[in-house]
Design a protein around this ligand. Structure first.
Ligand code: SF4
Length: 175
């Protein structure tokens, strides 16, 4: 096992302490730098930095950054959600480390779905029935994994299927 223990700090974003969402920093007891390209290969990070190594994931609208000694997560509802994400990541990290000889490490970000490709499949009426002000805003949340095609009550069945096929081409991770 590579990652055994971490210490969690929860805090409000410094830019606006009145935000309802929470951020989390987990300080890692072990240096996990070596596993990061393997973790990127397995999960498909949306951003990767080679030196020092770090990888970013966007899951359900949360941004997760994995560094050698720290994991940072934003936009959390509560500490319980942070614990859940960290337990999932710890398992992914340790599994990637154990299987590293069978994994080709990746040093690049994975391709991502594009909001403009998604918005083309929407009615583009900006009606707001989905709870978003515009179709483009809805599309942005779809590519971030926060919403799915079914969130638009006005989309045609054909375009809904096209959107689902388009999104299925990209790695999708869950915790
Ligand atoms: S319900 Fe559909 S058409 Fe209306 S704003 Fe939302 S995404 Fe656009």
């Amino acid at each position: 096992m590579l990652l055994n223990r971490y210490r969690i700090e929860m805090f409000r974003p410094a830019c606006n302490a009145s935000f309802q969402s929470l951020n989390c920093h987990a300080q890692l007891e072990e240096d996990i730098g070596e596993v990061i390209p393997y973790l990127n290969a397995v999960l498909g990070g949306t951003g990767f930095t080679r030196e020092p190594p770090s990888v970013m994931f966007r899951v359900h609208g949360r941004l997760i950054a994995v560094h050698p000694r720290k994991i940072a997560i934003n936009a959390l509802n509560d500490a319980e959600e942070a614990e859940k994400i960290l337990r999932w990541l710890q398992q992914e990290i340790n599994e990637a480390w154990e299987r590293r000889e069978a994994i080709t490490p990746s040093y690049a970000a994975a391709p991502r779905p594009q909001p403009m490709a998604v918005v083309k499949l929407l009615p583009k009426t900006n009606c707001g029935e989905c709870g978003q002000a515009t179709c483009l805003l809805f599309s942005t949340l779809v590519v971030q994994g926060v919403l799915g095609a079914e969130g638009c009550p006005r989309i045609s069945r054909g375009n809904r299927e096209r959107m689902e096929e388009y999104l299925a081409r990209f790695p999708r991770i869950d915790y």
